[in-house]
Design a protein around this ligand. Sequence first.
Ligand SMILES: *[C@@H]1O[C@H](CO)[C@@H](O)[C@H](O)[C@H]1NC(C)=O
Ligand SMILES: *[C@@H]1O[C@H](CO)[C@@H](O)[C@H](O)[C@H]1NC(C)=O
Length: 552
Amino acid sequence: MEVPASFASVPRSALYAIAPFVLVALILSFIRAYTTWNYYRRMRQITSGPGKPGKTIPPPQIPYTLPYLGNALSFLNTTPGAYWHKLFSWHPRSSGACTLLLGGKKTHIVFTPHIVQAIFKNKTMKRDVFEHELFQKVFSLPEEQIANAEAGKHHEHEMNAAYLTKFDRVNELTETFTRVLDEVLAKDAEEIVKKDSIGLYDWLRDRMFTASTTALLGEEILKMYPEYCEDFFKFDQEFLGFFFDLPNIMMRDAIARRDRILKKLQAWGKAMQERSGGSPIDPEGPAWEPLFGSRLNRARQLDYKKRNLNARSGAAFDLGMTFGLSSNAIPATNWMLLHIINPKGDPTLYKRVMADILKVQNPDGSIHTPTLIALPLLQSIWTETLRLYTDVLVTRNLSEDVKLPLDEDGKTFIEMKKGDNVFAPSYIGHHDPAAWSGQKNPSEEFWAERFLAPDPANPGQEMFSITGTNGKFYPFGGGRTICPGRVFAKQEALGALAMVLLRFEFEFLGFVDKSGKATDNFVKPGSNFPGSGALMPGGDMKVKVLRRQRLN
Ligand SMILES: *[C@@H]1O[C@H](CO)[C@@H](O)[C@H](O)[C@H]1NC(C)=O
Ligand SMILES: *[C@@H]1O[C@H](CO)[C@@H](O)[C@H](O)[C@H]1NC(C)=O
């Protein structure tokens, strides 16, 4: 047998055929080598001692291989936190910031509490580029409609201030939410208890969605569109794919779903206008009415016209509002409930929570919300749930070069250029082992008491405290773009939790993973794009629901 002695014996045509691949491989290796060299050069500048006070450095660019795409493919890992865990296994957090190339765009990732806070405080930094892309890519609104939306953006702040964040208005929303949830759970107390086994998340997600959507949008929407819950949560999980420019072929189902949701919401809006006699009931009128629901929604529907938003754009805004109210509070409530009744968790937790909730029950069986949301243990559980299970990217686009001090001593500055983007990913701070060290339980573990501290005013008692978490903990974003629904979200979530626990007990049957197979492990977050907000469970707890035996 003859073995070719050298390349000379390889046919020339084969060499020509592989030449382009060799060239591409060479170019890619060169890019990798160059970006790696550049990375270590920057890191040396950062770590080479304090130097002159006022030392200014650009954040180190994380090495990459593919031009333009840069770090995008690995960044878009849909296992929550996977990209950050991998990055910080070799890149030191002490650098304070680093840069990713994402689809041709320099994106600075900032993660020292000091810089994160500086970004929140800076009132001139905006995120309008991202809002534009949201309208354009996720909702595919035409430019002229986007211009109308942008021109009237201040209306949203005004409406939120008037109808969402004000104390009385939040309470009205909570009241309707509670009324509807109570009706739904009362029905379950007859029906669901007959079933041998249900998925806890599946069940509660549906019930809470019904209550919050009815409180916000009235009681006709789910009659006209009973699959809204199902469609919405699928959309919630996939919509960032539009934002990150995944190819259409991967987004086919998502496109169909988005178009269906918008069509259904549009039909609903039209029908409600007609039945309301052409215009929604005055937002200053009743707190809630069946057709358009809350004051906030009525104000928004009127506002769409003022801003010259057409019916499809209006539907996109309705979907956005549903997102604001449901995408975080509902999964967060589920995580709380899962941990409280987890038979493999702290065996005393359920009893302590129940004792607290029974204390805030009114004689008629209802719950006194202001006392409920001030209970230290429940606040700590809510906060710990948000810490572990939210992943928000606070985004800003830079219209000017900006220099920010890396940490308190103010000796080193990082410099970011006009036109670049800045991301402050909450996941990094929420899961920083150092930030939560000195505490008995590691950062990756759920610890119900993490946010409890001795109460100096009442020796022997504990109080809720988030002292020392500035810039490390921001589940609702921060600064001017902080989520306006956060007050309602807390009332909604703790209210729903208490109502469910007061009405039912749960017999644990087992955990299932995201494909529905039995597993010994506690539920993990499912696939979520980075920046998805609250993480959806990727699995469930199977339980038998029983009516709670009243203790009193
Ligand atoms: C805020 O950001 C802008 C760039 O958007 C920058 O020019 C300005 O210096 C920053 N202000 C502070 C106090 O850092
Ligand atoms: C980015 O943000 C600034 C405000 O900081 C804004 O004026 C500017 O138009 C935005 N867009 C771009 C493309 O930079």
